[in-house]
Design a binder for this molecule. Structure first.
Ligand code: PLP
Length: 454
């Protein structure tokens, strides 16, 4: 492979279209080739080791290079490389995995549906919401509420839920089943003189007005990441979810927790909903389910949803939705081994502890920086909000590309962080096994990078 590397690097742009990437940058700089990884460290094609403080794309919860996961994959593949799960076909791994997942989930969750990605999990939930209400005779409850700066995927329906304009540009999106409401970020969306509590009440009032305007009989569900990840690592103000939840309940609108990033330990409990006092009707999960070792998603649903579907089945026959790779035996075997590691090594609790240390260190080292407005998040997710002028809360000029420049400076110094250019934020979401020494390295490199760029 080594001798080949230069030619592979050169060929990349000739043969590939990369996801969520700039072709111009690829043609100018070539690909960012990563060739191996272990723990929280990845190695590039030049043999340079980099601390990956993003865990790939917010997903490598147990760290890279786990032999147990490779073994689980190999054993399952040798026993049964694949068999589908349509028409009630099954395999032992998906049953064991569903049982394990339900034992960790909020108690109202009683059934699991498997897919391959975060996008397809949310896509499935949209269809389940439509199906559920149609079976109850409420055929018009087809619209979904989603928030500005939310991220729910890039399929046609989930890109529509996503509230980041970049994912709609030059596509005929968002589709009009989506109703948009405010991003719950007090720093950037709060009005002058407004307290955080008043901000929260205003947000809830806006949702109430939206429901009134559109008609509750036309709205099926509200999609929310417990903490917005790609939209800026934003936690809503205190009291937001309980108030939102009672408003939705009163209007017979379901609540969907998109736990694709927050799930599987990142916030210091198994799911973000358990941290932020959310009682969702559905949860979408993926990423940390297999720590990225296999593309797999799991949708969690309540008994109430399932009971309606059961009655519907008597009327309609099969539930006509699913994927070739739903409940894939290799994916389920890897997920089971992944969850076993999380349990055995106490990674949920560790994420809480190391997360507290990360936030303390970020606060201590850059909390007072003149160009750092906020350090957000909890557990092992953090967002560092850059600001041009702290007094006036003026955000950085996007043309100056501060987040990208900070991320590039970190990379030069051996640390990968994720720039979120549209919201002027640097995101951190490392493997849950990141050590305190690695946290120290990350914070010190980030401080120098912010100093050098701003
Ligand atoms: N939901 C959230 C909260 C995400 O962060 C992501 C991906 O980053 C998705 C959904 C989409 O997941 P995927 O890229 O696996 O389709």
């Amino acid at each position: 492979m080594k001798e080949n590397m230069a030619s592979l690097m050169a060929k990349d742009a000739e043969v590939l279209l990369h996801p969520a990437s700039s072709i111009t940058a690829l043609l100018a700089n070539g690909p960012d080739m990563i060739t191996s990884a272990k723990g929280s460290t990845v190695t590039d094609a030049n043999g340079r080791e980099l601390l990956d403080a993003v865990g790939g794309l917010w997903c490598v919860n147990v760290g890279y290079g786990r032999k147990e996961l490779a073994d689980a994959m190999q054993q399952a593949a040798q026993q049964i490389s694949y068999y589908h799960t349509f028409s009630n076909a099954s395999n032992p791994w998906q049953v064991a995995l569903a049982e394990k997942l339900l034992s960790k989930a909020p108690e109202q969750m009683t059934k699991i549906f498997f897919g391959s990605s975060g996008s397809d999990a949310n896509d499935t939930i949209i269809k389940l919401v439509w199906h559920y209400f149609a079976l109850k005779g409420q055929h018009s409850k087809t619209k979904m509420i989603a928030r500005e700066q939310g991220y729910h995927g890039t399929s046609i329906s989930t890109a529509s839920l996503t509230g980041l304009g970049g994912f709609h540009k030059e596509f005929p999106l968002p589709l009009d089943f989506v109703l948009r409401t405010e991003c719950p970020h007090f720093y950037t969306r709060g009005k002058a003189g407004e307290t955080e509590e008043q901000f929260c009440d205003r947000l809830i009032d806006e949702v109430a007005q939206l429901i009134e305007r559109e008609g509750a009989e036309n709205i099926g569900a509200f999609f929310a990441e417990p903490i917005h990840a790609a939209g800026g690592v934003i936690e809503p103000p205190k009291g937001y979810y309980p108030k939102l939840q009672s408003l939705l309940k009163a209007n017979d609108i379901l609540l969907v927790a998109d736990e694709v990033v927050c799930g599987y330990g990142r916030l210091g409990k198994w799911f973000g909903s358990q941290v932020l006092d959310i009682k969702p009707d559905f949860m979408a999960t993926a990423k940390g389910l297999t720590s990225g070792y296999f593309p797999m998603s799991a949708v969690f649903m309540t008994q109430d949803i399932w009971e309606v579907m059961k009655l519907g089945s008597e009327k309609l026959g099969a539930f006509s939705h699913g994927y070739t790779y739903s409940g894939h035996p290799i994916g389920a075997a890897v997920a089971l081994a992944n969850l076993e590691i999380i349990e055995k090594e106490g990674l949920v609790e560790l994420a809480g502890e190391t997360g507290r240390y990360l936030h303390e260190q970020l606060q201590a080292e850059i909390g007072d920086h003149p160009h750092v407005a906020e350090i957000r998040g909890r557990g092992l997710i953090a967002g560092v909000q850059l600001v041009a002028n702290k007094a006036s809360k003026l955000l950085p000029d996007p043309a100056e590309k501060w987040p990208l420049k900070v991320a590039n400076a970190c990379r030069e110094a051996g640390v990968i962080v994720r720039p979120l250019p549209s919201v002027g934020t640097i995101a951190i979401s490392p493997p849950l096994v990141i050590t305190r020494e690695e946290v120290d390295q990350l914070v010190s490199v980030l401080k120098q990078a912010i100093d050098s760029v701003t």
